[in-house]
Design a protein around this ligand. Sequence first.
Ligand code: AMP
Length: 406
Amino acid sequence: MNVLVINAGSSSLKYQLYNMKTEDVLAKGRVERIGMDSSILTHEVEHQPEVREVSEILEHTTAIKKVLDMLTHRKFGVLRNIQDIQAVGHRVVHGGESFSQSVLVDQEVKLEIRKLFDLAPLHNPAHMMGIVAVETNLPDVPQAVVFDTAFHQSMPPSSYLYAIPTVLYRKHKIRRYGFHGTSHDYVSKRAAEFLGRPLEELKIVTCHIGNGASCAAIMHGKSYDTSMGMTPLEGLMMGTRSGDLDPAVVPFTINKEDLTLNEVNSMLNKHSGLLAISGISSDMREVVEAMGEGNEKARLAFEMYAYRIRKYIGSYIAAMDGVDAIVFTAGVGENSDALRKEVCKGLTFFGVYLDGQRNAVRSQEPRRITTDDSRVSVLVVPTNEELLIARDTFKLVQNRSEKKSE
Ligand code: AMP
């Protein structure tokens, strides 16, 4: 079975086509600048030169049509015809309290996702455009949705409730949801496999440190707490997001700077974090480079960023009353040995001892970066959210076919 994985944004759309027998990626790519002039489709097939096509793509239905044309293209394609796509899986950021696992798309599911537009106004409407666009182009192909929030639905109320009047939770579902669930789920499972121990016995802190960043406390295979909140703004300091701050900063800034609520929202989401403190970039590579050249603002940004990760790790060890493994993943977590070293240097009290040489190794495979006598294992586990979406989609479609044939 071939599964097409779609991650639809408001003006962009990423895709990966999987052969589920081998779990190989047959092709991947992205459409950018949807709805603007000169949209760009970039298409990649292993061992072949990248294809770039510039055209006018005004909305998602046309974007999907272009992707399907490319996948079946005489020269650049990998499929004979579009019937060779047996299922489509979508990444959906917000599943609210309605979804604690991936599901096949039907009218009811679409209605629920629409109800959640309020909670993720930048993401869910775009995902819905992706779902409708696939429906239009491939009306007979089953679609599944995989939610960033679903894995964290196992959190207890003491983790997910905010200490504000409960009427706000009852009326508007204001609470912690957490994000990057697909990644936390995937890397915790891979970590247990790597350690050769059942996931149900382990206490793991996973650190998904990319452009967006979050930590999760995973107790016996289930999310117990996570740093992102009702939206992906809470928690760690990120590329351009502030992470945790005193909520009183918002009204205070509005008054002092004569800003609107939207302007402050935009400041906290787009102009804060690494970018604001370093004054250089939201990209950790550039911050580390500037730090190496003696830039003090870059050093401060780097130290703040690491310090907050360390604080979350410490608090999750306390929350779970112990830890067996700490896992780093995503762009920064997988690639920056400097960041991992800075985070772990304050964890020796817990029995975490990094091995400098192991930390410096680069690999696409899971690996341990602590010494053999370190009480807690620190692992680097490359994430693969697309593969998990493809697997969930495959499983759901297979289960449905089995039920039908019973
Ligand atoms: P992601 O959101 O997981 O794709 O991560 C993207 C981020 O990873 C980029 O913004 C970079 O800051 C970071 N990154 C990628 N490679 C490196 C590296 N070698 N060193 C430090 N940061 C990196």
